[in-house]
Design a protein around this ligand. Structure first.
Ligand code: IVH
Length: 713
């Protein structure tokens, strides 16, 4: 055994105990003779549904059933107030709000954890254990380190009696009422399968909020005009430290239990593995994906595994907790000051840092969009020096009230461009300057315009050099035409020197002028020429992507190429045909059509074609099309019943035809399905033959048409 993942349910919950152990023993029906038994059964049923819903993520009752149980319980309790118990689900928020939190002294101190930041640190930690207990074979448990708030919950005879924050580790705040309001906190430990209930058990865990819950909570707060929380941890802490537990009850916080503190009367637990199992048996949500390892290098692999998944998890973690599994070993290892030797935390590289905004500049993108950028005092965030952060648009700047000179929190997450999370207002000196978006383009001086209902301001000059520069960067980039050697600096220089005025010019550069540029020379010019040449045969989808059609990314480009096989076919298509490509919506289709019918863009495309770029995929690029319909231009219109539009187009192309979107004198034939409208009419006006679906199928089949009609010119 090297690593065992304590999970088999696929639900993110460690299946330490066979999952049947969690299933209900029987459905609860309220027929028991005694009223108390009825009440108890109702409470159990509700708590069971809470458990299925919040812990197992597998609701077993409809909302209506759940509501009905609540209704019955409330009615019965209202009629018999003397029988209301504090652990009844109705009492989760029934306790009067405290005006100030009282203090609770933990019976065992809540420790903190030492940290390691890399593999070497982890190995050093393990080596220390080996020195203290030589010859011991350790096993380790790894658990995600939730980014929340540590709490301790004390259950007396199985009933939740006290709950406290960690505080300084010795004394915490009494937040019993608020912890009771958290839906996945058992008010009573589960008693199924005769698990003996200890007289006292203190359960420790982390209160946290899932990312999605955090986002929707912030959405609600924002709508109500309130102040949003900065991150899920603050939201969880803010929700827990509410004086009114009714507010906590409305907040989507959860508890993940990871340990047991002071306890009396529990049957002996031997390992952290068993602790987690016991916690689950008691009804707690525990660390998902906890794993057991017997080699420290496997522990490190697991840390890397968590680091990789970090951004994709439904909740935030700031590291991995590594614990010695055997509780006897834990005891033998003991503590140093407030930190146990038997556990440590691998802390992920920080993704947030503070920095200062030295300036705000405006970047002009390839579509002319103006994006404000913060120029930061350079700061190292998790090993990467960050000196700029995107500010998105002017509304965003206003919303976050970001000013030049502000001290801010900067965040880097994965590959995402660094962002400003928040201004630290307390650090303002009064010297800060409010930023205003420029009325004229910083690159070309032309007026800028912000259309109504749009967040983004644009440069109105389509020949803006900044736009052109970005367009070229995009065109020559990896996913597009991939022209090695034409880096941003060099292509910007070509633009500044007037050697490139549009992307078409890349293919007609004067190579002797290129060679004579400062720092270039014959060899560099020749290499560049070779890579420009090599780019002429890139697949069609990369050419489409490189054109920089608004809102057409790599995937849409691939879809267009798959469907149309040549750039000319896309140009010939009408909006309806483009829209019928799966994954392309009406707005996007319209944008594509507009782009490909803009005379300037068509001129650039013609230039590319004349330079010898491959403009079709291999099914169409092997010389002139052959097949029975070679050379024919076909228009499809109306609804077909036997074929989809895509199938019909593909079949026509296989027969050598090109498929166009609109009827002109050059159209060889129109195939009209049901409800064909103006296109069929227009064809008749122009004397272009019109065929129906039946005839289309026959032609594709190569059969003669019954009425002697033909497609011959
Ligand atoms: S065990 C002595 N396990 O990390 C060991 N702690 O400095 C006690 N935390 O705020 C902690 N997830 O609440 C442990 N799976 C986990 C944890 C975890 C988060 C927090 C803990 C405390 C901090 C420890």
């Amino acid at each position: 055994m090297r690593t065992i993942v304590l999970k088999a349910s696929g639900k993110g919950l460690p299946a330490l105990v066979p999952s049947e152990d969690y299933s209900p023993t029987s459905d609860v029906t309220v027929t028991a003779p005694s009223l108390e038994r009825n009440l108890d059964a109702l409470r159990n049923a509700i708590e069971k549904h809470n458990y299925d819903y919040y812990i197992l993520d597998q609701p077993t009752a409809s909302d209506a059933e759940y509501d009905a149980l609540w209704h019955q319980l409330r009615e019965l309790e209202a009629a018999h107030p003397g029988l209301v118990t504090s652990e009844s689900p109705t009492q989760r928020v029934g306790i009067a709000p405290s005006s100030r939190f009282g203090q609770i002294t933990h019976s065992l101190p809540m420790l903190s954890l030492s940290n390691v930041f890399n593999e070497t640190g982890l190995e050093a930690w393990a080596a220390r254990l080996a020195r203290i207990l030589p010859g011991t074979r350790f096993t380790f448990i790894t658990e995600p380190k939730f980014d929340g708030l540590a709490v301790a919950l004390t259950y007396v005879d199985g009933v939740l009696r006290r709950g406290a924050t960690r505080g300084d580790g010795v004394t915490g705040e009494d937040i019993t009422a608020n912890l009771r309001a958290i839906k996945n906190v058992p008010l009573r430990l589960r008693r199924e399968h005769d698990i003996p209930i200890p007289s006292i058990v203190e359960v420790r865990g982390e209160v946290f909020m899932r990312r999605a819950d955090f986002a929707s909570l912030n959405g609600r707060i924002e709508q109500a005009g309130g102040r949003v929380f900065m991150n899920p941890r603050n939201a969880a802490a803010g929700s827990l430290r509410q004086l009114d537990p009714a507010i906590t009850a409305q907040r989507p916080v959860r508890l993940a239990a990871y340990g047991i503190g002071h306890t009396e009367g529990i049957d002996s637990l031997k390992s952290q593995f068993e602790v987690l199992a016991k916690l689950r048996a008691f009804g707690f949500e525990t660390s998902p994906d906890a794993a057991m390892h017997d080699e420290i290098d496997m522990v490190w692999s697991r840390c890397e595994w968590w680091l990789q998944r970090r951004d994709a998890l439904p909740f935030e973690i700031d590291g991995v907790v590594i614990k010695v599994n055997d509780l006897r070993h834990q005891e033998e290892l003991g503590l140093v000051s407030r930190e146990p030797r038997w556990a440590t935390a691998y802390k992920f590289p920080a993704i947030q840092q503070t920095s200062r905004i030295n300036d705000i500049v405006v970047n002009v993108g390839r579509t002319g969009a103006l994006t404000p950028l913060a120029i930061l005092e350079p700061v190292n965030i998790g090993g990467v020096v960050v000196s700029r952060a995107t500010l998105h648009n002017e509304d965003e700047i206003r919303r976050k009230d970001i000013r030049i000179g502000d001290t801010v929190i900067v965040q880097r997450a994965g590959d995402v461009i660094p962002q400003i999370v928040q201004v630290i207002e307390e650090r303002r000196t009064g010297e800060e300057r409010v930023f205003v978006m420029p009325e004229s383009c910083p690159a070309c001086g032309s007026p800028t315009h912000r259309a109504e209902g749009e967040a983004v301001r644009h440069c109105t000059n389509s020949a803006c050099p900044a736009q052109l520069k970005r367009h070229i960067h995009h065109f020559v980039s990896r996913g597009a035409m991939e022209i090695d050697g034409l880096g941003e600096k060099l292509s910007d220089r070509f633009v500044d020197l007037g050697m490139i005025r549009d992307i078409g010019d890349i293919y007609s550069l004067d190579w002797s002028s290129v060679a004579s540029l400062d720092g270039m020379g014959e060899l560099s010019a020749e290499n560049l020429r070779a890579s420009v040449e090599a780019s002429k045969v890139r697949p069609l989808h990369r050419l489409i992507f490189g054109l920089g059609i608004p809102f057409v990314g790599e995937r849409s480009s691939q879809r267009l190429a798959d469907r149309f096989h040549s750039l000319q076919n896309v140009i010939d298509a009408d909006v309806e045909m483009i829209e019928s490509v799966p994954g392309i919506g009406p707005v996007q289709a319209h944008g594509i059509w507009e782009f490909l019918h803009n005379p300037e863009n068509l001129a650039v495309i013609a230039k590319l074609r004349d330079s010898g770029l491959k403009m079709a995929d291999d099914s169409q690029s092997n010389g002139p099309a052959s097949g029975p319909l070679a050379g024919k231009t076909i228009v499809l219109t109306g609804r077909l019943s036997k074929l989809t539009r895509g199938e019909a187009e593909a079949a026509l192309r296989r027969s050598g035809a090109s498929v166009a979107g609109s009827v002109s004198r050059k159209t060889s034939a129109v195939f009209a399905g049901e409800d064909a409208g103006s296109k069929a009419e227009r064809a008749r006006e122009l004397g272009v033959p019109v065929f129906d679906e039946q005839e289309l199928l026959a032609i594709l089949d190569g059969s003669p048409l019954e009425n002697g009609k033909d497609l011959a010119e």
